[in-house]
Design a binder for this molecule. Sequence first.
Ligand code: NAD
Length: 298
Amino acid sequence: MNYTNITVAGSGVLGSQIAFQTAFKGFNVTVYDINDEALEKAKERIAELRPHYEADLNAPVSELNAAIERIAYNSDLTQAVADADLVIEAIPEVVQIKIDFYTKLGQAAPAKTVFATNSSTLLPSQFADATGRPGQFLALHFANEIWKNNTAEIMRHPGTENRVFEEVVAFAKAIGMVALPLQKEQPGYILNSLLVPLLEAAQQLLVREIADVETIDKTWMVATGAPLGPFAILDVVGINTAYNIGLAKAKATRNAEFEKIAGLLKSEYIDKGKLGRATGEGFYKYPNPSFAKPDFKS
Ligand code: NAD
């Protein structure tokens, strides 16, 4: 892998984190977004990441300054990708926006450039044709708070070249990620293929009144040695996200149980401002949740 110049397209929540982490690990980064106003916001978002690197990674100020210096900003797509080895796309999760973007990008980028999508729910094969270079396209999926939740799921579509897949795996490692290669397309990648059914099953046990939140979490923690049970994980994910997933599932399946789950999350949690860890309360109260107490698992 001899990538040097990385362009990050879309500088929102994830794009700004990917840009900063990549620069922090020594690559030249260009941030591309739709206009200069969006790029000004990106500069603010990136500056706000610095204290996290200091607190969580003990990163020295000199290294953070050097990372900032390695980031350029450009709202002209052709200029932003002119010498890019890799473009990482983190633009909105809307199919048509991504198709339009890849169509333009395929024309603007030099032949050498590899494209990677950070999409959480869409598959690379949906955009492979629009790129005009399906062999040089795949998914590279990060988790929020990339500097500490450092997974990178690298997922190929049937047309991805082996060389490209291996290069992107090596790149992910080079920017400090634990690289997790997926040899075939899988909606939800590995993590959400495991996590979503677990969280869903926990909520089903609750609305069926089989057991309460603490008993369900305790079962998982004691039996598997996991540090968090499913409801503690839901507090990290956020109750709003869990509600949106439950609601979508209720609509898609017309299953009364999912409607009950969504209803419970809304009336007992969202309407009462209990949105999870971020607001200090969800299924548990923070900063001292009952599941962290020494006698919880007895
Ligand atoms: P966001 O809304 O925070 O940011 C999107 C950015 O894209 C904005 O800066 C916006 O100005 C820009 N944008 C819009 N249209 C564009 C275009 N045509 N060209 C270039 N830039 C454009 O979104 P986000 O949460 O960072 O998510 C971005 C992608 O990352 C999505 O595909 C999402 O599935 C994925 N993702 C998000 C998370 C997360 O926790 N937020 C985690 C993993 C993956």
